[in-house]
Write a protein that binds this ligand. Sequence first.
Ligand SMILES: Nc1ncnc2c1ncn2[C@@H]1O[C@H](COP(=O)(O)OP(=O)(O)OP(=O)(O)O)[C@@H](O)[C@H]1O
Ligand SMILES: [Mg+2]
Length: 383
Amino acid sequence: MFGGGKKVVGLDVGSSSVKAVEVRRTGTKLELVRFGIADVYPGGDRSAAGNADIYQLKTAAIRRALQSGKITAKHSVSAVSGESIIVRYIQLPNMPEADLKNALRWEAEEYIPFSIDEVNLDSVVLGNSTVEGKVDVLLVSARKDLVAEHVQLVRSAELTPIVVDVEGFAFLNCFEVNYQPARQDCICLVNMGADVTNINIYVGNTSRFSRDISVAGNQVTQSIMQKCGVPWMEAERLKRTVGLAPPEREEDTEAGENELISTIRGTVQRITGSDLGDDSPESTASKAIQNVINQLVSEVRRSIQFFEGQSGGTTVQRVVIGGGSSSLKNIAPFLGGELDISCELFDPLRSISVSRDVDSALIDAHRAQLGASIGLALRKVLD
Ligand SMILES: Nc1ncnc2c1ncn2[C@@H]1O[C@H](COP(=O)(O)OP(=O)(O)OP(=O)(O)O)[C@@H](O)[C@H]1O
Ligand SMILES: [Mg+2]
């Protein structure tokens, strides 16, 4: 419990903000007892950072997050993320775990696009495979330089990292603890942050597909900047106020001629991204948002199709979306409609209470962003 009595901070060093949380367990009850958050870029303005060193900005943000959350833990569980984290699900002959790890050192290069000397490798046996005499193995590889830089970053904020995880798996851990899905549930988890979106497919109480993509909130902001010709902060404001259009309801499409015209108009807008003449910043921003979110939809769809193509008949039943960018207006119904799978917003505090000592307004403002940090904190609390 608590990593041998040590207090541990779940530290999510995101590309836009650092989230730091402490979770306490009393019996079976979980309680969030500390929370701090700090922007990586002063005032959240990515363009104002100029030539500032990102490493220094992140170190300073970790310190501010710890300070603002009055976090006293000296040990951290944190995570890396991004497209260079490669997760593969492979089948190997059944053998003792030690032999398996050895075998993987020789075979891993077949599965990952990096030289074995460049990466840290980890593997977990998931269970017996559908193929006789084989086991399913989860293989994770992260570039050594990425992990080393991350560890250095955490140390430079005077913390001792005891675990370095993968952000998507931390998010999944938070989901599992909060939602306690049944064995047969098959759920696609989407953690949409600023630089990275983690996609995970969870079934049989484990991850069966995991991938990080670079379509996330910053890409939306950048697209608005470009299309509207506005600075970063204005693009962020437009993103948050405009969001996605609510999907059309069935009854809207069954009415008279006027409604029919507006339906056609809506359909044209959806297909072409064109709104037949309105060139206000809001309308331009709306198209920019929709274009980027359409890319996200195709990536999620491709992931689901890939998984289902290999799953022997298991299909994804629902999509759960979290991360800061899940606050984009109407994203859940939009994704649900496009994928034709029910989609809901993730609540990282569904089964976790919040201590009275924690600022509840701050939690409410950042709730969507807390999945990974809480999942990280839970790693040691539940050990
Ligand atoms: N109301 C909102 N509408 C749309 N986007 C929002 C809203 N609130 C926050 N965001 C977006 O959420 C993103 C930040 O989310 P999050 O904190 O999960 O990312 P991060 O952990 O810093 O980044 P990453 O994990 O990708 O490195 C930003 O892109 C921000 O613009
Ligand atoms: Mg994040």
